[in-house]
Design a protein around this ligand. Structure first.
Ligand code: GLU
Length: 493
C-alpha cells in the first residue's frame, strides 16, 4: 500500500498556524512512509471563499517547503484537485445512497425549517432535522427532483444504534445515532457539503491517512456511516489536538493571532517557524530540539503525537528564531538583514556589513532590527541620567570631563577606523587617570543616546563616521555644560 495523505484547506483566508501544522504533519507522515502528499482545495462553501486565498495557499506551502506531489497547480492522476471543478462527481454517489436508503432528498424550504426549529426550541428541544421528507415515497421524490423543484440531499442517519470509527490517536470514537443530525450532503446549488465531499474525495483520491483537527472528531462517526453505505474502506483517521493561544482559547486569525505569512513578514525565519510548529503537539521522544525538515521526516512518528492541546508560546518561537539566526551563515544574515536596515537607515552612509557583524547574534526577530539601529540615522532624545552608570563608575561630571578630552582627540584623528578610535580613547583615558569605562561609556551614550547598542563606543564611532560622531559629542557637551544638576548630582568615584 502506498501511503497517500492530503492537506485539504478551505480557501477562506490566510494559512493559519494550526493549518500549517496540519499540513506539516500530513507532509511528514507521507514522506516518512515513502508516500504521496496531496493538496486538495475544499471550496464548496462558496460564500466563505476569499478571493486570492487559493493562490496564497500554494504560495504558503511552497514557502514552508511543503512541496505537494499532486495538487491543482501541479496536476496528478486523481484531479481535478479543486472541489468546485469536480462538481459533477458527487451527485451520482448521492443518488446511489438515495437508492439504497442511506440518503434522501429533502424539499423543505428555509422558512419551513425555521418554523419547525423555532417550535422545537420553544419546547426546549435541541433541533435536528426531523426526517420530514423521508416519508415522501421515493418515486414521488425522484419526480419532484426531476421537475426542477429545489432540493437538498440528506444523509439518513439511523434512529437507533451507534456510529463509530477508530482514530489512530483517540482510539475508539463512538456516537449514539439519535444524537446525530441528518446532514445535508448535496446543497440546493448542486455542490456537496464538506460532510459529503471529504468522504467521496478521500476515497476517489486513494487517500490512506486523514489528518485534520479535532473539530472533525465528532462528525467522523457519521462519515463512517457513509463509507459503510458506499461499501468503501475508510482511511486511517488521525485527529490532531488544537493549537491554543492559552489554556482557554484556540489560536485564531480572527483574534489577531499571526498567520504563517505574518510571521514571515515579521522576520521569523522559515526553518525556525517549521521547527517550532513541528513541536506543537508532537515530540521526538528524546531531548532533541533542532530539526531541519529532512530530519523531521526522519524522526516523525505518530507515537509522538499528543492528545493534549498545544500552547503556542511566542517566547519559545522567538527563542528558536534567535537560535536559527545566530546559526545562519553570515552572508545569509546580511542578505536578510539588509532590507530591515534599510527601513531605518536608507540613504545613510552606513557600513551594513560591519553593522551586520554587530547585529548577527543580537537579532531575535528581524522586525526588531530597525528600532535597534535607528539611532545611527538619528540621535534619539535621551536623558542625561544615562551618563550615570555605577559599574562603569561614571556620572554626568565624569562624562563631561571624558567628552571634553575626547572631542579634540577624535577631531585630530585622520584614520577614523575602529582600531584608531579605540587606541585614541584608551590612551586618553590612561593619560588622564580615567578607567576605560569612564571614557567608553560616556562616548557611547553621547554617540547613541541609548544604553544598549550593537557594539560599543568605537564601533558606533566608526559606523557614524567622524563628522557625525563629533556633532553628537558636541550636542552632549552642550547639554552637560548647561545642566549643572546633571554634573553635580553624583560625585565621581
Ligand atoms: N476543508 C477543511 C478545513 O479547511 C479540511 C478538513 C479536512 O482536512 O478534512 O477545515
Amino acid at each position: 500500500m502506498t501511503v497517500r495523505t492530503r492537506f485539504a484547506p478551505s480557501p477562506t483566508g490566510y494559512l493559519h498556524l494550526g493549518g500549517l501544522r496540519t499540513a506539516l504533519y500530513t507532509y511528514l507522515f507521507a514522506k516518512k512512509n515513502g508516500g504521496k502528499f496531496i493538496l486538495r482545495i475544499e471550496d464548496t462553501d462558496q460564500e466563505r471563499e476569499v478571493p486570492g486565498a487559493v493562490e496564497l495557499i500554494y504560495k504558503s506551502l511552497r514557502e514552508a517547503g511543503l512541496e505537494y506531489d499532486e495538487g491543482p497547480d501541479v496536476g496528478g492522476d486523481y484531479g481535478p484537485y479543486i472541489q468546485t471543478q469536480r462538481r459533477d462527481t458527487y451527485l451520482p454517489y448521492a443518488m446511489q445512497l438515495v437508492q439504497s436508503g442511506a440518503a434522501y432528498p429533502c424539499f423543505c424550504t428555509k422558512e419551513e425549517l425555521q418554523a419547525r426549529r423555532d417550535a422545537a426550541t420553544a419546547r426546549g428541544e435541541q433541533w435536528k432535522y426531523d426526517k420530514h421528507c423521508l416519508s415522501i415515497p421515493r418515486d414521488e421524490a425522484l419526480r419532484r427532483m426531476q421537475s426542477g423543484e429545489p432540493f437538498v440531499i440528506r444523509q439518513n442517519v439511523p434512529l437507533t444504534g451507534t456510529a463509530s470509527f477508530e482514530d489512530a490517536l483517540y482510539g475508539h470514537v463512538e456516537a449514539a445515532c439519535e444524537t446525530l443530525d441528518d446532514n445535508v450532503l448535496i446543497k440546493a446549488d448542486g455542490l456537496p457539503t464538506y460532510n459529503f465531499a471529504n468522504v467521496i474525495d478521500d476515497h476517489l483520491m486513494g487517500i490512506t491517512h486523514v489528518m485534520r483537527g479535532t473539530e472533525y472528531l465528532s462528525s467522523a462517526p457519521k462519515y463512517n456511516l457513509l463509507y459503510e453505505a458506499l461499501g468503501w474502506e475508510p482511511p486511517v483517521y488521525i485527529h490532531l489536538s488544537p493549537v491554543m493561544k492559552d489554556s482557554t482559547r484556540k489560536l485564531s486569525k480572527r483574534h489577531g493571532d499571526p498567520s504563517f505569512e505574518d510571521l514571515l513578514a515579521q522576520g521569523y525565519v522559515r526553518d525556525a517557524i517549521i521547527n517550532f510548529i513541528a513541536l506543537l503537539g508532537w515530540s521526538p521522544g528524546d531531548e532533541r530540539e533542532f530539526f531541519t525538515l529532512e530530519e523531521l521526516v526522519e524522526a516523525f512518528d505518530l507515537k509522538g503525537l499528543s492528545k493534549a492541546p498545544a500552547i503556542f508560546n511566542t517566547e519559545k518561537l522567538v527563542w528558536f528564531n534567535h537560535e536559527y539566526i545566530t546559526r545562519m551563515p553570515f552572508e545569509e544574515y546580511l542578505a536578510m538583514a539588509t532590507p530591515w536596515f534599510d527601513r531605518a537607515l536608507a540613504g545613510k552612509n552606513i557600513d551594513y556589513r560591519r553593522l551586520a557583524e554587530l547585529m548577527h547574534t543580537r537579532t531575535e526577530v528581524f522586525d526588531r532590527v530597525p528600532d535597534m539601529v535607528r539611532f545611527l540615522a538619528e540621535l534619539p532624545p535621551y536623558s542625561l541620567e544615562l551618563y550615570t552608570h555605577k559599574k562603569m563608575k561614571t556620572d554626568g561630571a565624569v562624562a563631561l570631563r571624558a567628552l571634553e578630552l575626547a572631542r579634540p582627540a577624535l577631531w585630530a584623528l585622520e584614520d577614523f577606523g575602529e582600531d584608531a578610535v579605540k587606541d585614541c580613547l584608551m590612551a586618553l583615558a590612561a593619560q588622564n587617570g580615567l578607567k576605560t569605562g569612564q571614557m567608553m561609556w560616556p562616548v557611547r551614550v553621547a554617540l547613541s543616546g541609548q544604553a544598549s547598542t550593537p557594539g560599543g563606543a568605537t564601533e558606533i564611532a566608526y559606523l557614524l563616521g567622524k563628522d557625525e560622531s563629533l556633532r553628537r559629542v558636541d550636542i552632549a557637551l552642550e547639554r552637560l555644560r548647561t545642566a549643572p544638576e546633571a554634573v553635580s548630582s553624583n560625585s565621581p568615584s
